[in-house]
Write a protein that binds this ligand. Structure first.
Ligand code: NAD
Ligand code: TYD
Length: 354
């Protein structure tokens, strides 16, 4: 079996659902259930004996040690993190606590467990750390996409805390021999994405007749990957990645934010036209830029493609269409999310009534 952390969040939950659908190996899912954790996403697994959910903190070494000893996983996959850049600007403390101190405690609990394994099991064990391309900092329009050998130059409290966690994971390999793998992925989108991030926020605001906030000039570029392609990359790295190595994961889908928002508006115009017949793009509203806003991210995913034979299944066009359709078809999920603590955050960030 495997231990997944942060498996009630956006990517972790997609990973657990896909894992059980295409693999069947049991999963213990440890998640603190912060505002970003949502058990409704895992509702289809409620009666599934292969999935055991445990509410808890990756920083709780005693709890993690107990879970490891009890379940004896062959791998730990660490998704748990504070993940939203804007939140990290308003309050970096939680990011240091979970992403840095939490990862440290998790590594220590895993190292203790791993050191007790028999030699063969020790060699086969894996600690896979899920990280981001944001650790590499920002690119100009002319720069080549990020390679695994790029310098770490994080610019936000979020990316700095993820960079710190990547360094800890690296050091636990070099110093203690822990068999680690690290993946650095570009921006994900798809089902079950919490609507504080650009794509789900824009879909749900559009449908609710609210403004679609564009930070600054909207010309910042992100490299978008459909979440299920990220999950397949993680499965492939877990299966065949070389320990101690890092793998960049991306979809070769660089898009300016404004283009992403206009694409979503056009799909909604087609699938669910506004009652007044006007285009959703009329709701686009320019707002103040994010402090320290990284201009461009782009991933060179050739190492993963060449060495492990991974390729994304979706283009941006196919993935974004699926995503918009999913949000239209899953109003129970979106209504529950938008009526929760998400409201308080939105009020603080965008002002009451947003
Ligand atoms: P998310 O915010 O949707 O989910 C994070 C999950 O971790 C939540 O379920 C939350 O409850 C849980 N969690 C938070 N603190 C915890 C703690 N101390 N102990 C246990 N659980 C805790 O994030 P996501 O978008 O699913 O991202 C998952 C991972 O992938 C993160 O490590 C993130 O840095 C990385 N990543 C995300 C993206 C992206 O575009 N979303 C891209 C690349 C990498
Ligand atoms: P986000 O989804 O928060 O991901 P990240 O900051 O990790 O890349 O934001 C994606 C891009 O969209 C980023 O350049 C910031 C921008 N953005 C907006 O223009 N408006 C918004 O309301 C949000 C949430 C993001």
């Amino acid at each position: 079996m495997i231990l997944v952390t942060g498996g009630a969040g956006f990517i972790g939950a997609n990973f657990v659902l896909d894992w059980l659908a295409c693999n069947g190996e049991p999963v213990v899912n440890l998640d603190k259930l912060t505002y970003a954790g949502n058990l409704q996403t895992l509702g289809s697994l409620e009666q599934d004996p292969r999935h055991r959910f445990v509410r808890g903190d990756i920083g709780d070494r005693e709890l993690v040690s107990r879970l490891l000893t009890e379940h004896r996983p062959r791998a730990v996959i660490n998704f748990a993190a504070e993940s939203h850049v804007d939140r990290s600007i308003h309050g970096p403390g939680d990011f240091i606590q979970t992403n840095v101190v939490g990862t440290f405690n998790l590594l220590e609990a895993v190292r203790d467990y791993w050191s007790t394994l028999a030699e063969g099991e020790k060699q086969d064990f894996r600690f896979l750390h899920v990280s981001t391309d944001e650790v590499y900092g920002t690119l100009t329009a002319e720069d080549a996409p990020f390679c695994e050998t790029n310098r770490y130059e994080p610019n936000s409290p979020y990316s700095a805390s993820k960079a710190a966690s990547d360094h800890l994971v690296r050091a636990w390999h070099h110093t203690y021999g822990l068999p680690v793998l690290t993946t650095n992925c570009s921006n994900n989108y798809g089902p079950y994405h919490f609507p504080e991030k650009l794509i789900p926020l824009v879909i749900l605001n559009a449908l609710a007749g609210k403004p679609l906030p564009i930070y600054g000039d909207g010309q910042q570029i992100r490299d978008w990957l459909y979440v299920k392609d990220h999950c397949s990359a993680i499965r492939r790295v877990l299966e065949a990645g070389k320990t101690g190595e890092t793998y960049n994961v991306g979809g070769w889908n660089e898009k300016a934010n404004l283009d992403v928002v206009r694409t979503i508006c056009a799909i909604l115009d087609e699938l669910q036209p506004r009652a007044d017949g006007k285009p959703y793009a009329e709701q686009i509203t320019y707002v103040a830029d994010r402090p320290g806003h990284d201009r461009r991210y782009a991933i060179d995913a050739r190492k993963l493609e060449k060495e492990l034979g991974w390729k994304p299944a979706e283009t941006f066009d196919s993935g974004i269409r699926k995503t918009v359709a999913w949000y239209l078809a899953n109003r129970d999920w979106t209504d529950a999310v938008t009526s929760g603590t998400y409201r308080q955050w939105m009020d603080k960030h965008y002002g009451a009534g947003a």
